[in-house]
Unconditional design. Structure first.
Length: 382
């Protein structure tokens, strides 16, 4: 059986994007490539409603996180980290290493830090930066980015950094109305491209902040080093991942064709359909309803189902759907599944069917077709 990549990233890569990665590589100064790269940057800037600059650099999402911090902080700054789980926490070590003072507000597993919590902290102390993870991949929780943005608008001196890795391209993300100063993301999640590129959007305010810092210790991820390249990709700083830039361009083309608003709405519908299907056979969504992410899910095994976590996921992979184990507070209690990017009805149907077969094979006797039937009732209206 073909294995669908249903982990929360990387996600399935459609043929037209694969084709871009398979193209013969050209020189980075190639006129056609320079034009392609410039167009991707311009599109990303417009689509995220960014009044500053966009950086597209080879590296994974973690590098994007580091790039956001490196270009907006200096040693001794105060950073407020809003963490809803494993990836929110990732900022802690990163910031501590840079000599930043970190305060962390955390939510229970499955819940989110709220705007009220942020407001309270900001009233207590002067922070230079606040970080929020848009979709926390360890819990399937979407933070209220826009509502926290309203709080941030009352503190224009603070830089609002959003980790968009598991959200960008699948969940509403508009820098202007949401008051975001830096969004970082990467290619292997809702963009539906292979891993390898990080994207960082920096507002005009964030670029001013960068300027005020003067020389920073970091080199490869310095905005100043990349800015001339982003303005004119025939210039050189580090060799661009040419084929991935083409693949990203195709991904952006697909997004524009679908329409961003529709794409975001589709992700919410897909998540709701998956929930309905799996709840019909006893699974539970780990994230609180109010914070349920559109791009990925943590599904908890039904009480008394007798399902063994490791066995279930091995059987499920054999049945054609690769999923991920849970982390932290949910470890061993469920599985994590991505449902983002350019996935279609075939993929959704196959994934739920594989879950049903795996339940039966693991001794949890669900009625085959029950979850699938619920999914189908949703899909028929798509
Ligand atoms: N932030 C979030 C929310 C993530 O989900 C991930 C990856 N799962 C990362 C950061 C790190 O990205 P990468 O693994 O590409 O370095």
């Amino acid at each position: 059986t073909n294995k669908l990549v249903m982990i929360p990233g990387p996600t399935p890569v459609v043929r037209s994007i694969q084709d871009q990665m398979a193209r013969e590589t050209v020189a980075f100064g190639d006129a056609a490539f320079v034009k392609d790269f410039s167009e991707v940057i311009a599109d990303l800037k417009a689509m995220w409603r960014c009044d500053g600059e966009v950086f597209v650099v080879a590296g994974s999402g973690t590098m994007g996180m580091e790039m956001a911090i490196a270009n907006t902080t200096k040693r001794g700054d105060n950073v407020l980290i809003c963490s809803n789980g494993y990836f929110g926490d990732r900022f802690i070590d990163m910031c501590t290493r840079k000599g930043l003072n970190t305060d962390v507000i955390s939510a229970e597993w499955g819940a989110s830090v709220t705007p009220e919590m942020v407001e309270k902290k900001l009233a207590e102390k002067q922070y230079q930066v606040v970080t929020v993870t848009h979709v926390e991949t360890s819990t399937g929780v979407e933070a209220p980015i826009a509502a926290i943005g309203e709080v941030m608008k009352k503190h224009p001196e603070i830089i609002y950094i959003v980790d968009g890795v598991a959200a960008s391209g699948g969940a509403d993300q508009y820098m202007d109305t949401m008051g975001i100063d830096v969004v970082l993301s990467c290619t292997q999640k809702a963009f539906g491209v292979a891993p390898g590129l990080t994207m960082v959007w920096a507002s005009a305010k964030a670029m001013e902040k960068r300027k005020s810092l003067g020389a920073i210790p970091e080199s490869y991820i310095d905005f100043d080093k990349w800015l001339p390249v982003m303005h004119d990709p025939s210039k050189y700083w580090g060799t661009p991942a040419i084929n991935l830039v083409w693949a990203l361009k195709e991904s952006v083309r697909i997004m524009k064709e679908e329409g961003l608003e529709e794409r975001y709405a589709r992700h919410r519908r897909q998540a709701a359909m998956f929930d309905a299907a799996l709840e019909a056979i006893g699974f539970r969504v780990a994230a609180e309803k109010a914070f349920r992410a559109p791009t990925l899910s943590v599904y908890l095994y039904p009480e008394g189902s007798g399902i063994d976590d490791a066995k279930f996921r091995t059987v499920l992979a054999g049945e054609g759907a690769q999923t991920a184990g849970c982390l932290g507070g949910f470890a061993g209690k469920g599985f994590r599944m991505g449902h983002m990017g350019n996935i279609d009805k075939h993929t959704l149907v196959s994934a739920i069917a594989a879950v049903e077969r795996s339940c039966v094979k693991c001794g949890y006797a669900v009625e085959l077709g029950k979850a699938l039937g619920v999914l189908q009732k949703g899909l028929v209206n798509e």
